[in-house]
Write a protein that binds this ligand. Structure first.
Ligand code: CO
Length: 422
């Protein structure tokens, strides 16, 4: 079983969805998985282990059992987290003295905790290979304190502590340098990517919080870091996937991008990525469409995305009878309006799985007078329909750049994932 230090390494080395997928690929490579490409034909064999990516930000890894198999087990999570995306022409000159960066929000983020923290930039730049003429992505992480969004002093905003409405175009632009830093941002990014600045044709760049992960509390029972939603689940899913025996089911570890912006993209859970991959697996193994549909009817998916723990300062915000706590176990998420797709059957299956793995289970539902969020399970089901439970780990401060979860819960999810893939 992998440790918290490996989790921390994964979190810190994955400042963007592109890095999370790159680090997942490296782990799969180390475990002997074969890389497939969507634009090449696939030669699949029984007992084979493979993975495929789309946009370098979503990934599906799968293992084919050596013997006969009739069903699939799919564990899905997401690679993206709410953050600031750099706009085109990112530098903004201010009164001939400062350079700020022009950014926009990605996803439903908590804005206030981004203030007064050292930030850096990461993502990918795209260049043209001079020999093949192909467009090539280069991952980039500047890896130093590069920008900061300063608060307005209390003297200039005396009502700040009475609640403040942040204007993302006015309040949230980070200071990047003195005026002498003009035209240097893309140079710094290109240098970190190891390419000439003139070679960069385009980019997908994001800001991230430089604060290191921390394990803390009286008994070191809590972990805090950026991007726990949902890299915690992506990490536990991969750990269980690699450790599971993989003898009985077609097992799939899926990580989708763009969950935080609704999933309706080329590589999101609402895309054809999972459907296309399953189609090619069945075709590649000489199975028919009817085989696929029969298999689907008998298969199971877990949609793993973090859940809200009861907040110690705001216990009234949680449902009166469904109250997950940090380190209390894995959360099954319910919603009558099917924002979460857990139903009687899938919940029974999941509870049974947790029992086998000897892992505690908690339940989450929104207060009936609160709307709450959604996730990728029900969205994915409109493309690939199978029994699905929405689950996740309890956490605090969801969509802050520094979120908090329970150390024990990570181990629980790894154990359940391992059992799921056994
Ligand atoms: Co999430």
């Amino acid at each position: 079983m992998r440790t918290i230090s490996q989790l921390i390494q994964f979190l810190e080395e994955s400042p963007t969805c592109f890095h999370a997928i790159e680090n997942t690929k490296a782990e799969l490579d180390r475990n002997g998985f074969i890389r497939l490409s969507e634009n090449e034909s696939w030669n699949l064999t029984s007992a084979g282990r493979y993975y495929v990516t789309r946009n370098d930000s979503s990934l599906i890894a799968f293992t084919i059992p050596a013997g006969s198999w009739k069903t699939m087990h799919i564990l899905a999570s997401h690679s993206d987290s709410p953050c600031f995306k750099l706009k085109e022409n990112p530098e903004l000159e201010t009164e001939g003295h400062y350079i700020r960066l022009n950014v926009e929000r990605y996803g439903g983020m908590l804005l206030a905790p981004w203030l007064d923290r050292p930030l850096s930039a990461a993502g990918r730049v795209v260049i043209k290979d001079p020999h093949t003429g192909d467009y090539v992505s280069r991952l980039v992480n500047v890896r130093r304190d590069l920008a900061l969004i300063p608060n307005l002093a209390i003297h200039m905003n005396p009502d700040a502590n009475k609640g403040y409405t942040y204007n993302p175009q006015k309040d949230m632009l980070p200071l990047y340098g003195n005026i002498t830093a003009k035209d240097s941002f893309m140079k710094i990014v290109s240098e970190a990517a190891g390419v000439e600045v003139d070679a960069v044709l385009s980019h997908d760049l994001f800001l991230y919080n430089r604060e290191k992960a921390s394990v803390w509390g009286a008994e070191n029972e809590f972990i805090s870091c950026g991007r726990l939603d949902d890299l915690l689940c992506a990490f536990a899913s991969l750990s269980g996937f690699l450790a599971g025996k993989k003898e009985q089911y077609l097992n799939l570890h899926c990580v989708f991008d763009n969950e935080e912006v609704g999933s309706s993209t080329r590589q999101g859970a609402a895309s054809t990525f999972l459907y296309d991959t399953l189609t090619r697996i069945f075709l590649g193994l000489g199975r028919s469409t009817e085989d696929y549909l029969m298999c689907l009817a008998d298969s199971m998916m877990l949609s793993a995305d973090n859940a809200h723990a009861v907040h110690p300062n705001h216990p009234d915000k949680a449902d009166p009878t469904n109250r997950p706590y940090l380190n209390g176990g894995i959360v099954i998420k319910y919603n009558a309006n099917q924002k979460y797709c857990t139903d009687g059957i899938s919940a029974a299956m999941f509870r049974d799985l947790c029992k086998k793995a000897d892992v505690p289970v908690q339940t989450f539902a929104n207060r009936s007078d609160m709307a709450g969020g959604s996730t990728l399970g029900n969205i994915s089901n409109t493309r690939v329909a199978l029994h699905t439970a929405d689950i996740g780990l309890p956490q605090l401060a969801m969509h802050s750049p520094y979120e908090t979860a329970g150390v024990k819960d990570v181990e629980y999810l790894i154990r359940v994932a391992e059992q799921f893939f056994a």
